[in-house]
Design a protein around this ligand. Structure first.
Ligand SMILES: *Cc1c(COP(=O)(O)O)cnc(C)c1O
Ligand SMILES: [Zn+2]
Length: 428
């Protein structure tokens, strides 16, 4: 093996596997990490913060985007022409006076991953995992999905000219997402069962039918999602924030973000760790419950929440996520659907907007400020994971149906200037 060679390594027993082996769990049953030889990579590419900041890297003549900027720490050995990319990443880091005020957090930044090519952070993982799938010459890629993974898989499978197969639980998938999977041309299968049932099918299909899974148990997905953290640090001028706050469903981001920080610490690019606050919806909060019992055990739940992207009762990346919380002295909080909807109304009316699961982040920040965990003068980065247009139905229902406090209902008027004048006067 070359010195630089990356490999797959069990997070529990440490058993190592070849990088090109198609395998997602160890013989002992635990999850696998992609492990890079950081010291060697740092030396052979002279890696530094400046190296990544100033990089002008192109793929097929186009700027490489926010994932492949970090190629050496994602898939170091891949040939450029093999990369399947849509210039994902390079998402905005918003500041908003309105939201800051509502939350009582002065130094608030919102990283909007809904601005990726298919409207969610899933694209960051998908570009890497589909690139890997292509080099492995697999015929079909598959996933179980609450929506965004299937939208992303469909788009990248199309680009890579691979068959895409997505399994969607019956009911409870937002219309924006399912329409993307159909439109991009993936074979879209509605399964009579919940997400966790779909996930089990995907695992079996890998072993028995040789279909390559692109769920976040695929460690290459997580390699791409690491760049959310690295890019944010770069945008903050390498100043490590006090907190990263983000939603937790299957806990892929929780796992990837911890690995990202750990690797940057090992490379000497940061000198302290931020803290993580993972937010779950109350009706889908097995990680929150496990946190409260000191991570003694995970008890799977029957998940129910309006935030469909985090409607997951048995998170696949649990053990990696626990490790991330240990590395970051992290915490887990849970919020109700009402709190998510209220936070969403604030995020939306600030002109930023995000889908419900993303707004669990903001609802969580509010709760953590109220209970004194987050302080006014701390720097807080909230991750908005998905686009506002993913779930239009919930917006329409909120504003037109249920008489919520922040509702902005439609107003019908006569076709006259007088009617308009009356409305304008009411605005003053
Ligand atoms: C997938 C997804 C999540 C959940 O992320 P995990 O990494 O599975 O915890 C949250 N929000 C959105 C919009 C998603 O698409
Ligand atoms: Zn093992």
């Amino acid at each position: 093996m070359k010195k630089n060679s990356s490999l797959l390594k069990c997070i529990s027993c440490g058993k190592e596997y070849r990088f090109s082996e198609i395998r997602f769990t160890c013989t002992c049953g635990s999850l696998l990490d992609v492990v890079h030889n950081l010291e060697e990579l740092k030396k052979s590419f002279s890696l530094s913060r400046k190296f990544f900041e100033e990089r002008q890297f192109k793929i097929n003549g186009q700027p490489a985007g926010g994932v492949w900027r970090f190629k050496e720490l994602v898939l170091p050995e891949i040939a450029e022409e093999k990369i399947i990319s849509k210039q994902e990443g390079n998402t905005r880091l918003y500041r908003s006076k309105k939201i800051s005020q509502w939350l009582s957090v002065e130094n608030l930044f919102l990283k909007h991953e809904g601005e990726n090519p298919t409207g969610s952070f899933k694209d960051r993982g998908m570009t890497v995992a589909v690139t890997q799938a292509k080099t492995l010459n697999v015929k079909a890629v598959t996933c179980a999905s609450t929506g965004n993974t299937s939208a992303s898989l469909a788009a990248y499978a199309s680009e890579a000219e691979m068959a895409g197969l997505v399994l969607i639980p019956k009911g409870n998938v937002a219309v924006g997402k399912i329409s993307q999977a159909l439109a991009y041309g993936a074979k879209t299968l509605v399964v009579n069962g919940d997400f966790d049932v779909c996930m089990e099918l995907v695992r079996n299909a890998q072993e028995k039918l040789n279909a390559y899974p692109l769920n976040s148990i695929n460690p290459f997905r997580l390699e791409g999602q690491k760049t959310i953290i690295w890019e944010t640090l770069m945008q903050l001028g390498w100043k490590v924030p006090d907190w990263f706050v983000f939603p937790g469903g299957n806990l892929g981001n929780t796992s990837a973000f911890g690995k990202a920080l750990r690797e940057f610490q090992q490379l000497g690019f940061i000198d302290r760790m931020p803290r993580f606050a993972v937010i779950q919806a109350r009706g889908a909060s097995p990680f929150y419950e496990a946190f409260k019992n000191g991570f003694e055990n995970l008890i799977p739940q029957k998940a129910e929440t309006i935030a469909t992207a985090i409607r997951i009762g048995n998170p696949a990346n649990y053990s990696k996520a626990v490790r991330s919380l240990q590395w970051t002295n992290g915490i887990v909080e849970s919020v109700s659907d009402e709190e998510i909807l209220e936070a969403k109304a604030h995020v939306d009316s600030a002109g930023i907007g995000a889908e419900p699961s993303s707004c669990a982040t903001v609802a969580g920040i509010r709760k953590l400020v109220e209970n004194g965990t987050l302080k006014y003068n701390e720097t807080v980065v909230g991750i908005l994971t998905g686009n506002i247009l993913k779930d239009p139905q919930i917006i329409v229902d909120y504003h037109l149906k249920n008489h919520h406090a922040l509702a902005n209902p439609l107003v019908e008027i006569e076709a006259s200037l007088d009617a308009l004048r009356n409305i304008l006067e009411l605005q003053e």
